[in-house]
Design a binder for this molecule. Structure first.
Ligand SMILES: [Zn+2]
Length: 138
């Protein structure tokens, strides 16, 4: 499985509840996501120490991690960003050009876990903008 969402052992607050969650969780509740998402629970190693299971699945390694959209949005806005756009937003180019006076951004910090974000970033910059080398998160 090719995981495009990095991050493990994250913490945050619940912003939306899915069906089947029950009444144990509520919006606004602080929660954490453990590194081990799943183990086989049947091997000899699991019988002694589940954290060492060779067949374990981990958050951010082979299952989607904790650096998800809402975390990124909140982090950027808390750090002083005036706007937040996801590279998956189909209107991102129009949105960025609209708030920058149709010239594009002066600079972009791209920290996407998917190559598409790095390929898209140059199209969002204005002429003469700072063009940082592409750094792919592995
Ligand atoms: Zn096991």
């Amino acid at each position: 499985m090719d995981v495009h969402v990095p991050g493990h052992e994250g913490i945050g607050s619940i912003v939306k509840l899915g069906s089947g969650v029950g009444d144990r969780r509520r919006i606004g509740q602080r929660v954490g996501v453990k590194w081990i998402n799943e183990t086989c629970k049947t091997c000899d190693i699991c019988q002694k120490d589940e954290t060492l299971c060779p067949d374990q699945h981990n958050s951010g390694r082979d299952t989607p991690g904790t650096l998800q959209e809402e975390s990124k949005r909140r982090f950027c806005l808390d750090m002083g960003a005036s706007h937040f756009f996801s590279f998956t937003d189909p209107e991102i180019e129009q949105g960025i050009h609209a708030i920058t006076g149709h010239g594009g951004a002066h600079a972009i910090v791209c920290c996407a876990g998917a190559e598409a974000g790095y390929n898209q970033a140059p199209r969002l910059l204005r002429r003469g903008a700072i063009h940082l080398p592409h750094i792919k998160i592995c």
